[in-house]
Design a protein. Structure first.
Length: 217
């Protein structure tokens, strides 16, 4: 993209996409999707994210094992296999899967936005906008599925003990914001693509690179 050729809509889409990238990284990497409210004197569960869980003298609810867990653990830590059915239920696996896809696609599309602005030739702009817009919307859809699953089950009675004292926390809020930004940014990129196509179709010069540059100034 040449200097001075970006519309206000496209500029906004680029900024929203990069902000969504930062927000989704925070949501993906922080361990506060669900937390204990601190009202219990001795809570066994402190907080959990997608990849880390923090416990305080947590023990097997079925009392089959005597070991108690204290501290924060990677959720796939082998030491936790005694209680894996409690801390890593199927719905969390589904959330991890969908949100990981959203995370990876957002990272790649954000790199694509940077490359589009600095390296994309005029005759590839429409294709680039289509890929970037579709990618962000796809990431947003997968992220939406993830937050719906976790929002429905993350603080339910079937997940962690004392469920009535657990609440969806700030990392989850970041995930919700991220998917909203992804969908908005993706839609704006596709709108811009349609504008590019309309301008080219009404241009007497046709869709060659030189006429594209003339139309978009």
């Amino acid at each position: 993209m040449g200097e001075g050729r970006m519309s206000r809509n496209l500029t906004s889409a680029c900024w929203l996409s990069l902000i969504s990238c930062v927000v989704v990284i925070i949501a993906f990497s922080t361990p506060a999707w669900v937390e204990n409210d601190g009202m219990l004197p001795n809570p066994k569960f402190i907080r959990s994210g997608l990849w880390e869980v923090c416990l305080e003298y947590f023990e097997d609810p079925e009392f089959e094992y005597d070991r108690k867990f204290l501290g924060c653990y990677w959720i796939f830590n082998e030491e936790l296999h005694f209680i894996s059915d409690v801390i890593h239920p199927p719905f969390l696996t589904a959330t991890q899967t969908f949100f990981t896809f959203s995370f990876v696609v957002t990272i790649f599309m954000s790199v694509g936005v940077i490359m589009f602005n600095f390296f994309c030739p005029p005759d590839r702009e429409i294709l680039a906008l289509r890929i970037i817009g579709s990618g962000f919307i796809g990431a947003g859809v997968c992220g939406t599925i993830a937050v719906i699953i976790f929002g429905a089950l993350g603080d339910s009675r079937d997940f962690m003990p004392h469920w009535e004292h657990n609440y969806l926390s700030w990392s989850f809020a970041f995930a919700v914001v991220a998917v909203i930004l992804e969908i908005i940014a993706g839609t704006m990129f596709l709108v811009e693509m349609r504008r590019f196509m309309k301008r080219l179709s009404t241009s007497s010069g046709g869709p060659d690179p030189s006429s594209t540059a003339q139309v978009l100034r």
